[in-house]
Design a protein around this ligand. Structure first.
Ligand SMILES: Nc1nc2c(ncn2[C@@H]2O[C@H](COP(=O)(O)OP(=O)(O)O)[C@@H](O)[C@H]2O)c(=O)[nH]1
Ligand SMILES: [Mg+2]
Ligand SMILES: [Zn+2]
Length: 350
């Protein structure tokens, strides 16, 4: 019970500051679908991070090499052996590193402690896959159409952000494809989440998005095709990244590793594009915990007759009452139930 209350408070507080990551957040999380905390990697790997004065930022790791922004340029560096395990370095986009330069030889010799971490859990025979580190925001990108908006996907991203204490920004892209202003996002506005409507076709909302992202590091999350790469292009047209081609390439599976990559855009905007994150699993959250990550449902749940109400069938349930009166949107409630139900099924990555 005690544990439950602590979590509740954390959800309500919505304290997203990365600097506030405290000892509690350094412990391995039960929620491993998207671990944004610190330290689920093997103990000895954790020990390789140090307090250093960095002079470079990892843009994209490349086996035992890494592209690093160093001296105002992107340079291919080798990575010291002690920072490699089994043919790959432990580096991820966003890592702050020490680069030792001796004439043409550039070597990453040390890596700074991470402030936040976004990763996929280890699957059979594989190490945990770190997608991005030291991020301030998760941009949860959805589209009004093509692909069709799925409430559940967004809700899972938000749970992940909540757990990792990383500030989510909801980006609703492709507004040019909607006849009228979509209403299904009102619920997120009511939760005080930043929500930005954008179109890479008309340029709508791009300036607003830019303002939110200035002088911070963000990681893009969203289903394939919602326009993540296109958004980077809009924010910084000079970059001219390939959109379709890149995602096709990945979908055909020719690309065996997930390449996530940091882009430095104008205005101090750092963005990590991640072809890897399409949908995140939340299977390590228990059924009982799900409600705590739906702040509106958690608040209503305070008024249920039973303290351990699941809000699915019990009498005297304030949540079900709210659905009946329309105070809680049915679609929101359904999403809660669906994620709750999904926790019976096995991890798709297991
Ligand atoms: N109509 C419309 N199409 C878009 C928009 N943003 C991206 N697209 C298209 O959607 C497709 C997928 O975009 P991409 O950026 O590769 O998506 P990603 O997989 O999320 O990186 C491309 O054909 C883009 O041209 C938008 O705002 N409106
Ligand atoms: Mg892309
Ligand atoms: Zn209830």
């Amino acid at each position: 019970m005690k544990d439950r209350r602590r979590k509740k408070r954390r959800v309500r507080k919505r304290d997203w500051s990365v600097n506030d990551l405290d000892a509690e957040n350094r412990q391995p999380r039960r929620f491993r679908g998207l671990d944004v905390g610190l330290g689920t990697e093997a103990e000895d790997i954790d020990e390789r991070f140090e307090a250093i004065q960095p002079n470079g930022v990892v843009v994209s790791p490349y086996g035992v090499l890494a592209f690093v922004e160093f001296d105002g340029q992107e340079r291919l560096c080798r990575v010291a052996e002690r920072l490699c395990v089994g043919g790959t370095s432990i580096l991820a986009p966003g890592d702050r590193v020490r680069v030792d330069a001796q004439q043409d030889d550039l070597c990453v010799s040390a890596v700074q402690h991470r402030q936040s971490k976004l990763s996929r859990p280890a699957t059979k025979g594989q190490r945990e896959q770190v997608i991005a580190v030291n991020v301030d925001h998760i941009l949860c990108v959805v589209a009004v159409a093509q692909p069709r908006f799925k409430v559940g996907v967004l809700d899972r991203f938000l749970i992940a952000a909540d757990i990792g204490h990383i500030r989510p920004i909801v980006v609703v892209n492709k507004t040019d494809l909607a006849e009228e202003a979509p209403r299904e996002f009102d619920v997120y506005r009511d939760l005080n989440l930043p929500i930005i409507f954008t179109s890479c076709e008309t340029g709508e909302g791009i300036d607003r998005l830019r303002t939110h992202l200035e002088n911070s590091v963000s990681v893009l999350a969203g289903q394939s095709g919602v326009g993540k790469t296109s958004l980077i292009n809009c924010l910084h047209p000079d970059i001219a990244l390939e959109t379709r081609e890149v995602s096709d390439y990945n979908e055909k599976g020719r690309h065996t590793t997930t390449v996530s990559r940091l882009y430095h855009l104008a205005g101090g905007i750092d963005i990590i594009d991640t072809p890897g994150i399409r949908q995140l699993g939340v299977w390590d959250v228990t059924k009982e915990e799900v409600a705590l990550y739906f702040p509106d449902i958690a608040a209503l749940g305070e008024h249920c007759r039973f303290r351990d109400c699941s809000h699915t069938h019990e009498p005297g349930c304030a949540v079900q009452d709210a659905v009946e009166t329309g105070a809680l949107p049915a679609v929101r409630y359904k999403s809660y139930c669906r994620i709750r139900d999904s926790l019976d099924s096995k991890s798709p990555w297991a």
